[in-house]
Design a protein around this ligand. Structure first.
Ligand code: BG6
Length: 600
């Protein structure tokens, strides 16, 4: 989804550009800035494509100003173009927007002004300009009353040269104020360089932002709310010595799961869960999410059923309401999201709550919408995840889900057994963190495998049991960043159709780790080989026989069955990343994608 930034203070344009750069993973179809000039309408510079292209255009202009707003776009209404790029202006007003206005065509009819772009956003600019309010704040307040849909807005006007007015509904918006200025943005990465104290706007709130000043209002009521203290440092949001954020984040996975373990108080998590289950109210656990988080849900529901014997299943968040899922007060819905802002997951939560369910959220970002809407929240501590393709958040999610499964199980066991089970699970997870190096030590081998399979037009990923969602995740990673078609599925299903896709040298990635499904995986491997497939196996260290049976093997450490998905995913992340580097795509900002999609 788009990224918006506004800055008040010295070098506002330069700081807005830096802010946009830190938010570029939210969309990179076009970019633009609007800067305040005394006595004139705001000066707008915009361009198609990346921030770099915008910077080229800005060079040579005297763009120094004390107030500026900017935007990096993920196109929804109107193709990526300079005309459709934000900011959009009307009279002395300029604005940037993240979200979708569902009734913009209707509102367009009511305007005096002529709309020149294909966007919903330009309609808002004219609506504010034509609004009867006396101050910029009033004009924005009256205009947003007419909007239906999602929006995070930052608005400036040469009639109010010291102010940025912001408004929020559904799309995330945060504000940081400090001694020499203020910054507004779609998320915390753009605020962290200036302050760790973050004002998070809630739905239907507006704010007047000026140097070292903020006034948050809802329905003309002043809202007094302390800012959130964010523990992330700016350094954590930089690549460090790595070429890409994905490479960095893959190698941060041991820390991500370690921190997620130590930064959570699992006894209080158990108490929360105990309170839910103790009186036998909850009989089902439904997990819901999108993208990579959805694959974590699929593993989570299998682990919860396997460990706690409580009925559990996964539901696509974007399908929760449209398929009229049966949910009621006897259901615990667990919503998982790295960003905490994915609109489809938010809608699934709202549907579940309307049906009377209790909602637990597992999120990585502090102060997110999903955390606010859930009944209680468990925070992952994976640190900022910038690369669009999710990696460390996924393994942190799996760690949390293992602990949640044990907590649910503990209700029928009583505290002594739960305590022992928790401790051994924590030890197993710490061992995963330590032993993951064994996989990183095979990176050169994985690169050689890429040389052998790089000509592939399509790849298949097979798994059984807990490894089926791992196969789905492996395929998703490859699709997301290398644009090579890939499909993951349950190995048992292959012979019922997908096997038709296999021809000579079609790469088939088979997750054949030790355990109850190993023998059956060998038969699936044989089926694929007999059609000429090139087999890349993910196997458990110490398995000597498999090297004879397949073309390539990547070994993972021998860990408990519950933790195999966590470990088996890592070589698939590396395989996808090295393939993307080989074919030369932008690993961190793959085409058509965005880090968190805040519109349905
Ligand atoms: C997509 C991201 O937009 O959203 C994926 O590209 C992610 O990486 C998915 O898995 C869900 O995001 P979240 O933040 O809800 O986990």
């Amino acid at each position: 989804m788009c990224g918006i930034v506004g800055y008040i203070g010295d070098c506002a344009t330069k700081n807005v550009i830096e802010g946009l750069r830190s938010l570029e993973y939210r969309g990179y179809d076009s970019a633009g800035v609007a800067l305040m000039r005394d006595g004139y309408a705001p000066f707008v510079i915009k361009s198609e494509g990346r921030i770099g292209a915008l910077e080229m255009k800005i060079n040579g202009h005297n763009t120094e100003t004390g107030i500026a707003i900017g935007h990096t776009r993920w196109a929804t209404h109107g193709k990526p173009s300079e005309t459709n790029a934000h900011p959009h202006i009307s009279g002395n007003i300029a604005l940037v927007h993240n979200g979708i206005i569902e009734n913009y065509l209707e509102l367009k009819e009511q305007l005096n002004a002529t709309v020149v772009s294909d966007t919903d956003t330009e309609v808002i600019a004219h609506l504010i300009d034509e609004s009867p309010g006396h101050s910029l704040f009033d004009k924005v307040r009256l205009a947003v009353k007419k909007l239906e849909g999602a929006y995070a807005l930052a608005v400036i006007s040469s009639d109010d040269p010291d102010t940025i007015v912001v408004a929020r509904k559904k799309s995330p918006l945060v504000v940081g104020i400090f001694e020499d200025g203020a910054v507004v943005a779609s998320d915390i990465h753009a605020v962290l360089p200036y302050t760790n104290e973050i004002h998070v706007l809630h739905d239907d709130e507006l704010a007047i932002v000026e140097k070292n000043y903020i006034s948050i209002q809802k329905d003309l009521e002043e809202i007094e709310r302390d800012p959130l203290e964010i523990s992330w440092s700016v350094a954590e949001t930089s690549k460090g010595d790595f070429n890409t954020f994905m490479d960095k984040e893959i190698h941060e996975q041991p820390i991500a799961i370690y921190d997620t373990m130590i930064k959570n108080n699992w006894d209080s998590v158990t108490e929360d869960i105990y309170a839910l289950f103790a009186d036998g109210l909850i009989s089902n656990v439904i997990l819901t999410a999108c993208g990579t988080s959805l694959h974590a849900c699929m593993i989570g529901s299998m682990i919860i059923e396997g460990v706690s014997r409580v009925r559990s299943y996964t539901k696509l968040a974007s399908e929760m309401e449209s398929s009229a899922t049966i949910i009621d007060k006897n259901d615990l819905v667990i919503a998982i999201s790295q960003s905490g802002e994915t609109a489809d997951t938010l809608q699934a939560i709202r549907y579940a709550k309307r049906c009377g369910a209790t909602v637990m959220a597992i999120v990585n970002t502090m102060g997110s919408s999903i955390e606010r809407e859930a009944d209680f929240t468990i925070h992952m501590a994976a640190g900022p995840e910038i690369s669009v393709a999710s990696t460390k958040a996924f393994v942190a999610q799996l760690s949390v889900l293992s602990m949640v499964a044990i907590a649910i199980r503990s209700i029928s066991w009583g505290s002594f057994h739960a305590g022992k089970m928790f401790t051994s699970a924590q030890h197993e997870i710490y061992r995963c963190a330590e032993d993951m190096q064994m996989i990183f030590d095979q990176e050169d081998k994985i690169k050689e495998i890429i040389n052998d399979i790089s000509g592939a037009k399509s790849m298949l990923y097979l798994g059984r049991g807990l490894n089926v969602p791992v196969a789905l995740e492996g395929a998703l990673k490859l699709k997301e960043i290398s644009y090579i078609h890939a499909e993951g599925f349950a190995a048992g299903e292959m012979k019922h159709g997908p096997i038709a896709l296999i021809e000579e040298f079609t790469p088939v990635v088979a997750i054949a780790t030790d355990g109850p499904t190993y023998k059956k995986m060998l038969s699936s491997i044989e089926e694929a080989k007999s059609r000429g497939a090139t087999i890349v196996a993910i196997a458990t260290e110490g398995n000597e026989e498999i090297e004879e049976l397949v073309d390539h093997v990547i070994f993972i450490p021998n860990v408990g069955e519950l933790f195999v998905p966590l470990m088996a995913t890592v070589p698939l992340q590396l395989l996808a990343m090295f393939m993307a580097e080989y074919v030369g795509t932008d690993v961190d900002k793959p085409r058509n994608l965005a880090k968190s999609v805040t519109v349905e």
